[in-house]
Design a protein around this ligand. Structure first.
Ligand code: EPU
Length: 417
């Protein structure tokens, strides 16, 4: 199993480009199930979660391959509409094949994803709206079994602005009979990207990026030809990497407005931030102040940057109160940061971080989930010693070559087997 060895203490400097967004690419690849033929995407990142998606699409009779910069999916009618447990358990986003399979082929059998490190993550907000569209859904032997002769549009009000739930229902509703109005939907940039891709496939969608999306169902869609948006969470992580080392880092190929909530917090901390049309630069700051953070659905502060921001707050002047409002168990990095000397008191959904510049020391630590791994690497960059981060396979699910990008900025980080 790979580990990451980080020698901290060097300010990062230079320019680094963001890759394509994992959380945009995953739903886009599942959207291909809505139309037979050859789909083509640009900017699909090289990630373990993309490999898992390919595995599932291959199981569903699709051929996936890279052709230069293009990522192609050749979709054929599946022989079986089953998404098996062995694939789904590796990646919860596999549930996103439910809506497309059901809408296109009238049936789907998708394994329940099972436990997750950061929270219970139920799928009721995927299932209930599909029932409202006319699907018959049973849970049997660990599988969601869904059938529908024809889905029919309806008005659906989500209890919570779920990202995956919104995506699954947008995809299903694109092939529904009649109009579907989705209210209280997620407004994340990944939702907007999916809507734009579906529109390119012939779907009639309006309102993405607002809390109401209207979809007029069509009889069939055509293959996609689409470029995946840049990864705002990776961009934010790289920006925090620059900040925590007191470095001067320009993150390019990103959409600054998609990380406004992070940029605003960094400015509140005292960092000087410059932005251009597709870049953000953080300048060196000798001592930054602690600020409070509450995670929230977009455009609020993303839960996917909470762990990384907490690492930054361990080095701030003062006390920061970090409240996690999306997932009930997303503080597992706290104990590992504490092993490095961080002074953090976690209580239910709130962590109180008492910052101290230079207060971290190196220690062997263990990654517990994707964003926690990034947080530990950032903390390690801020210590003077050598830190070993194990279970780095979590990182590989969602960051493309993070160590190579950090090395390019002068970071001393090596992957070892
Ligand atoms: N929820 C329900 N019922 C549902 C669905 C969600 O109660 O049917 C709850 C969840 O348990 C959670 C909250 O609603 O407490 C938010 O879940 P959401 O559905 O919005 O999240 P997701 O679609 O499962 C995506 C990202 C996550 C990101 C969240 C929130 C993908 C593939 N995953 O998950 O990304 O944290 O939205 O922004 O898009 C990551 O990249 O590290 C990651 C976890």
């Amino acid at each position: 199993m790979d580990v990451m060895i980080i020698k901290g203490g060097t300010p990062l400097n230079g320019s680094v480009a963001t890759s394509g967004a994992k959380n945009a690419a995953l739903p886009l690849l599942f959207a291909t199930l809505l139309a037979e033929g050859e789909h083509s995407f640009l900017n699909v990142p090289f990630l373990k979660d993309i490999d898992s998606t390919e595995l599932l699409l291959n199981h569903l009779n699709c051929k996936t391959y890279r052709d230069g910069e293009q990522f192609k999916v050749l979709v054929k009618k599946p022989e079986s509409i089953v998404a098996p447990y062995d694939i789904v358990r590796k990646m919860r986003a596999s549930i996103l094949c439910l809506g497309p399979l059901l809408a296109r082929y009238g049936e789907a059998k998708v394994s329940l994803p099972g436990g997750c490190a950061i929270g219970s993550r139920p799928i009721n907000l995927h299932i209930e709206p599909l029932r409202q569209l006319g699907a018959e859904i049973e849970i049997e032997n660990g599988y969601v079994i869904a059938r529908a002769n024809k889905l029919v549009g309806d008005r659906i009000v989500f209890d919570f602005a779920t990202v995956g739930g919104t995506e699954n229902i947008m995809m299903a509703a694109s092939l529904c009979q009649g109009e579907t109005i989705l209210e209280n939907v997620a407004k994340e940039p990944e939702i907007v990207d999916l809507a734009q891709c579906l529109r390119g496939m012939g779907a009639k969608i309006e309102g993405e990026g607002s809390s109401v999306i209207t979809i007029e169902g069509v009889d069939e869609l055509t293959p996609a030809n689409h470029r995946v948006i840049p990864d705002r969470i990776e961009a934010g992580t790289l920006l925090i990497a620059g900040a925590i080392t007191g470095g001067d880092v320009k993150v390019t190929n990103c959409v600054p407005k998609d990380i406004d909530s992070l940029i605003n917090k960094l400015v509140d901390c005292g960092f000087s931030i410059e932005t251009g049309s597709d870049w953000v630069r953080v300048r060196p700051c000798a001592q930054w102040s602690a600020v409070d953070v509450d995670t929230a659905p977009h455009p609020g502060f993303p839960t996917d940057l909470q762990a990384q921001f907490m690492a930054l707050m361990t080095q701030a002047k003062g006390t920061s109160v970090i409240t996690e409002r999306i997932f009930e168990n997303r503080f597992m990095h706290v104990q590992e940061l504490a092993r490095m000397g961080a002074n953090i008191t976690p209580k239910s959904q709130v962590s109180v971080v008492r910052g101290e510049k230079g207060g971290l020391s190196s220690a062997p630590v263990m990654a517990t989930d994707l964003r926690a791994s990034a947080s530990l690497i950032l903390a390690a960059l801020a210590t003077d010693g050598e830190t070993k981060v194990s279970r780095i396979y979590h990182l590989d699910r969602g960051y493309e070559n993070l160590e190579v990008k950090l090395q390019g900025l002068g970071g001393q980080i090596e992957r070892c087997s």
